[in-house]
Design a protein around this ligand. Structure first.
Ligand code: PMP
Length: 428
């Protein structure tokens, strides 16, 4: 065991997941690559779980942060006017497409979702909330409550009364043999049933446009639009969690929910906007935002350093058409990976923009194979590529590279992945 790993084990919580049999310490980075304390350079197809959206050591972001640091003002609290905060809020409100939108900044996705839940439950005077099976929204009490992935449910104590909806479980035996259209109809019938029987007064639905932690599981086209229609009949609010899908990552829409043709009442964001700096937030209809009887979660959100970083990140995303880049690079990778679906140990290959996943299964039974996924993770690292894992069974390889990925890097990562999966498949 390395010296750092044994110190980590001694002083850090045992439940902190660490990737790899020999955990990696990242000591440097540039563009889409990081260097490790093991002396190797890796192409990073996970990018801090979609956080390093522009990759590493981005000059514009570094310079914007340095300019702010040079002013000597690192934090002033939300008690004072912060120009960069107001400017960024104006831009995000406009980009959101939500009418009369207002923005509240936080430090993380968890806080952003906590705030959105607070807005919705206060506005509707109800603690009943709808969430999706397989979802992930964070690790505070409220966000654990709406997380429908038991891997991350470390508390059953819920401040909310949550009802889970179907949407990414078409493979479940409950829906076996159904076409996509029939599945959507069954999901909508179930929503109506939930509203009629269990949940008379619901505040909101919170949902991810593509379920990130669940291995980029995708609700079928038309599902969220159909849900929205039913929700509108009851005045129930729609909160889109854009923590992984925001800022063009899906390639076809700046916010993931746009792919579903839904204008939500609120969206939450984090991760990528700071490219490593702590930024999160909620953008919501103004009446909803203003309806909170007291201040939102955290006095620290939107501090001037994070705002400087986020402003520079947003400039970069828009000026370099990174949404278009996500579409092109994502298509190149996904098309290349599709043949993997022929392998007996691969259950599915899917993706949208620069989010894509390969699901590993038992070649005989088709059951989820988390150990096989773990072997691919190691095999990819040996070959110089960092990827992630996910899914409710931990058997899905998931990739969310920087949106700045070049064509050559996309092809390189795709080829390493093909080789790693085939090598592991041959040994199963
Ligand atoms: N929502 C989604 C969809 C996420 O993927 C995550 C983090 N993986 C969160 C919320 C929580 O964000 P944070 O870790 O910044 O609290």
């Amino acid at each position: 065991m390395s010296e750092l790993l044994s110190r980590h084990r001694a002083v850090m919580p045992s439940w902190l997941p660490l990737y790899y049999e020999s955990p990696l310490e990242i000591t440097g980075g540039s563009g889409s690559r990081v260097t490790g304390a093991d002396g190797r350079t890796y192409l990073d197809f996970f990018a801090g779980i979609a956080t390093n959206m522009l990759g590493y050591d981005v000059a514009e972001v570094r310079e914007a942060v340095e300019r702010q640091l040079a002013k000597g003002v690192v934090h002033t609290s939300t008690l004072y006017l912060i120009r960069s905060q107001v400017e960024l809020a104006e831009r995000i409100a406009e980009l959101s497409g939500i009418p009369d939108a207002k923005v509240f900044f936080t430090n993380s996705g968890t806080e952003a979702n906590e705030t959105a839940l607070l807005l919705a439950t206060c506005a509707r005077g109800s603690d009943e909330v709808l969430a999706m099976r397989g979802s992930y929204h964070g690790r505070s009490y409220g966000t654990i409550a709406v997380t429908g992935n038991r891997v991350w449910k470390n508390s059953s104590l819920s401040p909310l009364n949550v009802h889970y909806l179907h949407g990414t479980d078409q493979a479940s035996p409950v829906f076996r043999g159904m076409s996509e259209k029939e599945y959507v109809e069954a999901c909508v019938a179930d929503l109506r049933d939930v509203l009629d029987t269990a949940a008379p007064n619901v505040a909101c639905l919170i949902a991810e446009p593509v379920q990130g932690v669940n291995g980029f599981a995708m609700p079928p086209d038309g599902l969220y639009a159909a849900y929205k229609e039913v929700l509108d009949e009851h005045g129930i609010l729609f909160v889109s969690d854009e923590v992984q899908t925001g800022w063009g990552r899906t390639g076809t829409s700046f916010f993931g929910i746009g792919n579903h043709g839904v204008v939500p009442d609120a969206m939450t964001f984090a991760k990528g906007l700071g490219n490593g700096f702590a930024v999160g937030g909620v953008v919501a209809r103004g009446d909803l935002m203003d309806g909170l009887p007291a201040a939102g979660v955290a006095t620290f959100g939107g501090n001037p350093v994070s705002m400087a970083a986020a402003g520079a990140v947003l400039d970069h995303v828009l000026e370099h058409d990174l949404q278009g880049n996500a579409l092109r690079r994502g298509a190149l990778i996904l098309e290349g990976l599709r043949p993997l679906a022929e392998l007996a140990s691969v259950g599915d290959v899917r993706g949208k923009g620069l989010m894509f996943a390969v699901e590993m299964v038992d070649p005989v039974t088709g059951a989820p194979a988390p150990a096989t996924a773990g072997r691919v993770l190691e095999a990819a690292r040996e070959r110089g590529l960092l990827i992630g894992k996910g899914g409710v069974h931990g058997n899905v390889l998931r990739m969310a590279p920087p949106l700045t990925l070049s064509e050559e890097e996309a092809a390189e990562g795709r080829d390493i992945l093909l080789d790693a999966v085939r090598a592991v498949d041959a040994g199963v």
